[in-house]
Design a protein around this ligand. Structure first.
Ligand SMILES: Nc1nc2c(ncn2[C@@H]2O[C@H](COP(=O)(O)OP(=O)(O)OP(=O)(O)O)[C@@H](O)[C@H]2O)c(=O)[nH]1
Length: 643
């Protein structure tokens, strides 16, 4: 039987080899510098903005708005056009979706992180008496948000800094699942919603049909819809006037002590923790002392400014403005998202903050090489500064050593987190089978939430009396000629793998899907262990429905047999529930006498062959008795969740 350490080393190396060989090559795209001597004056970005300039924008001349939509309906492209229109970035800056700054966003073509940009815009107003055009200047804060359901937490946080939202809908696809979800997020936050029917340049665009959908589903007056093409620029000139005329200015008292909402934070290697804030009352200046309502700690304001669209120091931020502040915070544990920062020593009422995040999917994250644990720990700490919606706690696996149990908002979020760990911090990781949080109740009425199946001990002497699993309310839109909108309650476990892909494939890519978390439901669940040569591989334990266990167990061992390489000795692969083995496969040994064909006494040739055999032994030692490629975990999950 292989020792735990050997098993651990084996698993790590096998994962690393596989992940290296299967990793697609990636191109690093770095944001271009904006300033260009070629830019025409109206398109040249402002190199700096002074505090006195900012002081010319009282709340009445400020509008804070988000762009929300279903995935790919054109939010980031529309944001580009608005940034160009206001001269915030140079026209044809050569980098589409400018606000999608992360490498992972550029590679996947999706927004995962909400981004704010401050724009200055002169608004022409016709006065009723003289018809003379007046052009007061406005300060507009635009927040581009992600469309994918996993990142709706980013959307709801962004909306807290806004009084209005542009609800972008693709003119050909019409209202989709996330259009509905995002509409309700904005509606429940009491925001003024401006419908923007985008992509009207497409041959299949049908804006009238989309207007009818907006009326039917959200009671939006068709005359309120703006028709645009973020691609050709058609209709874009109406967007910012509508923002100014239809979205209210931010509330707040200019004369009160400063009070602001901490919207987001991230870690910069050179500057430390950078907090994005929305100033609700008063003003914040460089050198001021501010306190956190959550921790009570006081900090000095080292730098303050706006995102224009890069960090632009202004020395001050006034009521209603959105910008950044750099203090002496050392980690984002100090910068709690949703916290109220306020003038030190003043007593202020804390702002409502945000709903706590609910983690839908948990998975173990381990260093591919055990000696990299400290480096991985550092990388995770820095990345969670940038993505505070991930929960992290240390855990130890017999198979994989020391690592972390991380909670994510969904599978895409998990994937993106792993990719960012690799790309931004050079960490090579092994992730275990994602699982959902189950609740188990014991005979003594105690309950335990299980985020790692291996942690469910059946030998506590306590009898499990009930189990619950999380469910979601899924919304599926099938744009067939009858345009069906389906709503189902589904176990969360059933949708975390492949559900979306399968839905897309059976509807030829037309169906869209969104879900919101719902309550826990009672379920008949069991823990299934996978044993290799009699030793349970904790990282492969799963919790599944009892009635599926037999079938899934058989398929799991079958799959593993295909993944595990033959060794110099026999390997048994078993699936077991408690002490009962429900499926078993045997991988026969591979035998070879390397010197069998070596006649005569050529010692160098013999040596070579023996060296080669040593290599083989090394691999055997390395493997212990098990070779588990990373993909095996995902394949195993597919088996266990799709039956
Ligand atoms: N034809 C046409 N294509 C557009 C228009 N606006 C955006 N697109 C294209 O639609 C695709 C998606 O655009 P994005 O701006 O990335 O969409 P998004 O809503 O920000 O996407 P997520 O951030 O992933 O939710 C890109 O290929 C754009 O070039 C438009 O008005 N007309």
């Amino acid at each position: 039987m292989a020792g735990a350490a050997a098993l651990r080393r084996a698993a790590r190396r096998a994962f690393r080899t596989l992940s290296n060989s299967s990793a697609p090559s990636r191109t690093i795209v770095l944001p271009e510098r904006l300033l260009s001597s070629q830019a025409s004056p109206e398109h040249r970005p402002r190199p700096s903005v002074s505090g006195s300039e900012l002081g010319q924008y009282p709340p009445e001349r400020i509008r804070n708005f988000s762009i929300i939509a279903h995935v790919d309906h054109g939010k980031s492209t529309l944001a580009d056009r608005l940034l160009e229109l206001t001269g915030t970035i140079q026209k044809g800056h050569g980098q589409p979706q400018y606000l999608d700054k992360l490498q992972v966003e550029r590679e996947r073509g999706i927004t995962v992180k909400a981004q704010t940009a401050t724009m200055f815009y002169k608004h022409a107003v016709e006065t009723s008496e003289s018809h003379v055009a007046d052009t007061p200047s406005y300060l507009l804060n635009l927040i581009d948000t992600p469309g994918h359901v996993d990142f709706s937490y980013e959307v709801s946080r962004s909306l807290a800094a806004c009084q209005g939202a542009l609800l972008v809908v693709d003119a050909a696809q019409g209202v989709q699942a996330q259009t509905i979800a995002n509409f309700y997020l904005a509606f429940e936050s009491n925001l003024s919603i401006i419908p923007v029917i985008n992509k009207i340049d497409q041959p299949t665009a049908d804006p009238d049909n989309v207007k009818a959908q907006l009326k039917r589903l959200f009671d939006i007056d068709p005359s309120e819809a703006l028709l645009t093409s973020a691609k050709t620029g058609q209709g874009l000139s109406q967007v910012l006037p509508a923002v100014i005329e239809r979205i209210p200015c931010p509330p707040g008292s200019c004369d009160s002590p400063v009070r602001m909402l901490l919207l987001d934070s991230y870690y910069d290697e050179y500057k430390g923790v950078i907090c994005h804030v929305a100033i609700v009352d008063g003003a914040m200046r460089k050198g001021d002392k501010i306190s956190s309502a959550a921790t009570g700690r006081t900090y000095e304001v080292f730098d303050v400014g706006i995102m224009h669209p890069e960090l632009t120091p202004t020395g001050v931020l006034y009521t209603g403005q959105v910008g950044y502040v750099i203090t002496g915070m050392r980690s984002t544990k100090e910068a709690r998202i949703g916290d109220t920062l306020h003038q030190a020593k003043s007593v202020v009422e804390a702002l409502p903050g945000f709903k706590p995040v609910r983690h839908m999917v948990f998975s173990g994250v381990y260093p591919a090489d055990g000696s990299d644990f400290e480096a991985l720990s550092h990388a995770i700490e820095k990345l969670t500064c940038n993505d505070a919606s991930v929960s992290v706690s240390k855990e130890t696996s017999t198979a994989l050593g020391m690592g972390f149990r991380c909670g994510f908002l969904g599978l895409l979020h998990m994937d993106v987190f792993h990719q960012r760990l690799e790309q931004e911090y050079g960490a090579q990781v092994i992730s275990t089978i994602p699982t959902v949080p189950y609740i188990f109740e014991y005979g003594d009425d105690s309950k335990v939430q299980i985020e790692n199946p291996a942690a469910l001990s059946l030998n506590t002497g306590k009898r499990i009396t009930a189990c619950w699993e999380p469910t979601v309310i899924a919304t599926i839109i099938i744009p067939s000629e009858h345009r069906a909108l389906l709503k189902y309650r589904l176990p969360l476990r059933e949708i975390i793998v492949d559900f979306y892909n399968e839905l897309k494939s059976i509807t030829s890519g037309y169906a869209t899907f969104d879900y919101e978390d719902s309550e826990y439901q009672k379920s008949d669940l069991v823990k299934m262990d996978i044993l290799l040569n009699g030793q349970p591989v904790d990282a492969m334990a799963t919790i599944i429905h009892n009635q599926k266990a037999q079938k899934v167990g058989r398929e799991l061992v079958d799959k593993l047999k295909k993944f595990i390489e033959r060794q110099m000795f026999e390997i048994t692969i078993q699936a077991a529930i408690g002490s009962k083995v429900i499926a078993r496969e045997t991988l026969s040994a591979m035998r070879k006498n390397v010197l069998a064909k070596c006649y005569g006494g050529d010692i160098t040739r013999k040596k070579k062959l023996l060296e080669k055999q040593k290599e083989g032994k090394k691999r055997m030692k390395r493997v212990g008795s098990v070779d588990i490629p990373q993909e095996a975990f995902h394949e195993l999950l597919k088996v266990s969740s799709s039956k």
